[in-house]
Design a protein around this ligand. Structure first.
Ligand code: ISL
Ligand code: CA
Length: 552
């Protein structure tokens, strides 16, 4: 297995709108991020993934880009961004930018020219005289009429996010030039937004009937994508010391390997979503009761499936997902369960990603009023599910509270002062009222906090290659409350045991405890070695040295 920095790193995702506001307008910004670099260093992360800061009319909070080479004035200037890159690098932190090239904004110059039928841009997007039947990720039709061009255009997300026609070589050259532009400015890689849907079948034929994403058989992992990504690599990315992580919706292991294990380089790693369905049917808008086994099954499937062939990403949260402690942890055991979840995920094989606020155990927004939610997907799904199913307002609000992307987007909780220290003005999205008890300042003061536990995990990953590169093996897989696995690497062994319940849990796992060290645990006292307390997690480490002595 090839060793490299992006496998050994720990990534921190910043959602710029909600991280830190520096000028009181209620919107987080680049200067705000710069002011928090010491915080990132203290946590110990080595890579930042920055969600989009490009020019955008903000229909989808920056995932609708109108200029790929400039910064949205709300966030600052291009000079601010250059300063951010330089200061992160001074602090030995790399920067990965979001590359959103499945679609642009409808306010991008390309789309405006395309709508006018300007010959240079006419084929930059998908146009057709008749309405197709594909449906959008955000609910509703994916084809919308354009008056100017007198044709329908494709948008797999909002109406203001027209899909780029990747089958047009000129579009692919534009994307190469954008990547080159940012790499020359010093960025260290890209998180490639919905990358496995960029190639569409010729003629964008109508899709067969399904409830979710009609038309998807014509673009999910379409084989044409492989030469496109290979060329992007060969012509641009491979010339820099950078990496890519693809966001790949609805992906299985064989398709994942088709991007990672071929002869030519395509994606270095990718985000799969199977474990995000541990508490829902197919998509989070159809909730079901969380069962630990439904988290364990997909995670272990991916660990085993990519072992030696590809490379995993390890994550529980991002800007599109509800908070993990609210989904898989416990309110009553907030601290213990947040730490247990971190142990469970970050001792697996792959590159870890932590989403802002996760390291202090931030929870779901839980707003009662629909008007307090800002997210376009939330409002679209609310309308659609009320109309089609149909659900009552009350029933729908329960689902919104569970599934809304704004659960992850409430402002970062820095301290217990007004607006949690996020802004001196009025925040663009309400602060979670629990900031009095969940915030960074308190976490930093408390040696036993979730923050300090994350800090320890990050430090341990730097010290022990086994955590990064070791093989993965499930233990007691069928146990419904326990998630346990072993890692092995060059004569060393790790044992990770996590209790997913609020009850004591007896475990009986064969391991050389006598010659091992308890590397980490979220409980200080262990009266009975064989019993895990509520949401307890333990990591045992048997070093190569003790291994040799015990063999004598
Ligand atoms: O967020 C989702 C469900 O709530 C996903 O379906 C999500 O839309 C999908 O994973 C694609 O996400 C990415 O592209 C979108 C953007 O809105 C998301 O924020 C981004 O992560 C369109 O660019
Ligand atoms: Ca601001």
């Amino acid at each position: 297995m090839k060793k490299c920095w992006y496998k050994e790193g720990f990534v921190y995702q910043i959602y710029p709108r909600s991280f830190q506001d520096s000028n009181g307008d209620g919107v987080g910004d680049i200067q705000g991020i710069i002011s928090k670099i010491p915080y990132l260093s203290q946590l110990g992360v080595s890579i930042v993934w920055l969600s989009p800061v490009y020019r955008s009319p903000n229909d989808d909070n920056g995932y609708d880009i109108s200029d790929y080479r400039d910064v949205l004035p709300e966030f600052g200037t291009l000079d601010d961004l250059k300063t951010l890159i330089a200061k992160l690098h001074e602090a030995k932190i790399k920067l990965v930018m979001d590359l959103v090239v499945n679609h642009t904004s409808d306010e991008h110059e390309w789309f405006k020219a395309s709508a006018k039928n300007d010959p240079k841009y006419a084929d930059y997007y998908y146009w057709q005289p008749k309405k197709g039947n594909w449906t959008s990720f955000f609910g509703g039709d994916a084809w919308t009429w354009n008056e100017e061009r007198q044709a329908y255009y494709l948008h797999l997300f909002s109406k203001k996010q027209p899909d780029l026609n990747w089958n047009n070589p000129a579009v692919r050259e534009e994307v190469k030039a954008i990547c080159k532009y940012w790499l020359d400015l010093g960025v260290d890689g890209f998180r490639c937004d919905v990358i496995n849907i960029i190639a569409k079948a010729d003629g964008t034929p109508n899709g067969k009937f399904t409830m979710i994403l009609r038309g998807k058989e014509h673009y999910l992992n379409n084989p044409k994508i492989h030469p496109y990504l290979q060329a992007l690599n060969e012509d641009v990315l491979a010339k820099y010391d950078c990496f890519t992580v693809g966001e790949t919706a609805f992906i299985d292991i064989p398709s994942a390997l088709s991007y990672m294990a071929g002869e030519k380089r395509e994606l270095d790693m990718l985000f799969q979503f199977d474990h995000m369905n541990a508490d829902c049917h197919l998509v989070k808008w159809f909730p079901k009761k969380f069962k630990p086994l439904n988290l364990k099954k997909p995670l272990s499937k991916w660990q085993n499936g990519l072992q030696g062939k590809g490379w995993n990403t390890l994550y529980l949260e991002n800007h599109d997902q509800p908070r993990s402690v609210s989904r898989f942890g416990s309110d009553a055991y907030h601290k213990a369960s947040a730490k247990m979840l971190a142990t469970m995920i970050y001792f697996q094989q792959g590159t870890p990603f932590v989403y802002q606020g996760q390291e202090i155990g931030m929870k779901n927004a839980n707003f009662d009023n629909l008007a307090d939610y800002q997210d376009i997907e939330t409002h679209n799904m609310y309308k659609m599910m009320r109309k089609l199913l149909p659900l009552t307002h009350h029933a729908m609000m329960k689902i919104v509270k569970f599934a809304s992307r704004d659960n992850a987007r409430t402002p970062m909780q820095w301290n217990n002062s007004n607006q949690a220290g996020f802004t001196s003005g009025t925040p663009w999205l309400k602060v979670n009222p629990n900031y009095q008890s969940i915030n960074v300042a308190d976490n930093l003061d408390d040696q036993d906090s979730i923050f300090h536990y994350y800090q320890k995990i990050i430090e341990l990953r730097k010290q022990h290659e086994i955590i990064v590169y070791g093989n993965y093996q499930d233990i007691n897989f069928k146990n419904k409350r326990l998630y346990a696995y072993k890692r092995e690497y060059e004569n060393e062994q790790l044992l990770v045991i996590c209790n997913f319940s609020d009850k004591n849990c007896l475990f009986n796992i064969d391991f050389d405890y006598d010659n091992s060290e308890l590397l980490l645990s979220n409980y200080h006292e262990h009266e009975d070695m064989n019993i895990l307390k509520a949401y307890e997690a333990r990591v045992y480490w048997k070093s190569a040295k003790t291994n040799k002595t015990s063999k004598k």
